[in-house]
Ligand binder design. Sequence first.
Ligand code: MN
Length: 403
Amino acid sequence: MSSGRPLTFLQSSDWHLGSALTGGGLSFTPEARAVRRDEVDAAAERAVAAAVSCGAEALLVPGDLWDAESVPPATIHRLLEAFASFAPRPVFVAPGNHDFAGPGGYYDPALLSALGMRSWPENVFVFRGPDWAAAPFPGRDDVTVVGRAFLSSAVVVERPLAPPPPRPPTPHALLLLHGSLESYAGADSPRGTKRTAPFSASELTGAGFSWAALGHHHHAHVVADDEGRPRGAYAGCPTGRGLDEAGPRFFLRVTLPADGSPIVVDRILADARVVRDLAVDVSDLEAGPLAEKVEAAFREAGVEAPDLVRVTLTGTQVFGARPADILRPLAQRVKHLAVRDQTEPPAPEPGPRSAEGRFASDLFAIRAAAADDAERRVADLALRLGRDALLGRPIRPPEAEDR
Ligand SMILES: [Mn+2]
């Protein structure tokens, strides 16, 4: 099917506005967390700015705009203002399992007016029903948009594309779909409750739509047909909130050509910061070489000043070594640095008669009998702190690891 005119739009989803940012593994201080929350909450503004500057005629948002029903009204106000600033260009929204369109939620105009909030802007079309519905594209009678909403956060086991919604007869037909592509293999790939509204790549391409804007998974992923032509994609979340959202974040600029030639998908950087998760083996390195090796790992990974970084130190370090302290100056080089010390002490010298030696060999026996990693970590920590005590050094417990 061909059209007289190409169509260009920006796709983004999974903003999770209002996220608490606890437990992401980055060990944020309260101040760093507040800064990052504000950046998470700015996702709609960044998406609109990117859409305007790349010449998009529309913004497609397939779900998870905010993180939970309990996010504050100010967060939603900011979202609505951003959308309104995109007018008269349209925004199409298909609510997901986090921002579900239940009664009394922020998609409900009655709730906004009860709270004295501004209403949903007129240029925003929200698919509020659970069944597939088709919406016209203002000013373009050659385009139709099809979508639906989650009405609760409950896992949906039904397959949304079996059967698929009818493909509208217009030359361009867009599908907004929040759910789990079964062949998706990102860090948050479908398992447990993360899998909802499942579908396969062949169900998707078989539905016959020009393009499927997918939401739910958080890493950019393009779905291609048997000939390798792109037919849909997850843009992924635009603001890394934790270690499972490490790596560059993107908006997708998608152009549907007029003549049936392949669809063009461009990735636009969505965030000035990147979450990085690095592991460095620092076995037996003294302070200077240790810092140099970690700096080299930074360079190799392309770490830049705005980034949020966790470094896990592995390998062996002598008893009482504090490799995390050595890296403290490196924290000045990035926006946020969390150091996780997982180094282990070397085996004790044979036949120790000293209290220190007996203590160490007892702890090694406990460590050897440990049932799991957590118990081994406790034994390592007891060994390090106990040895400090026996040698009369100050005892400083490590910083908490939030995981
Ligand atoms: Mn999501």
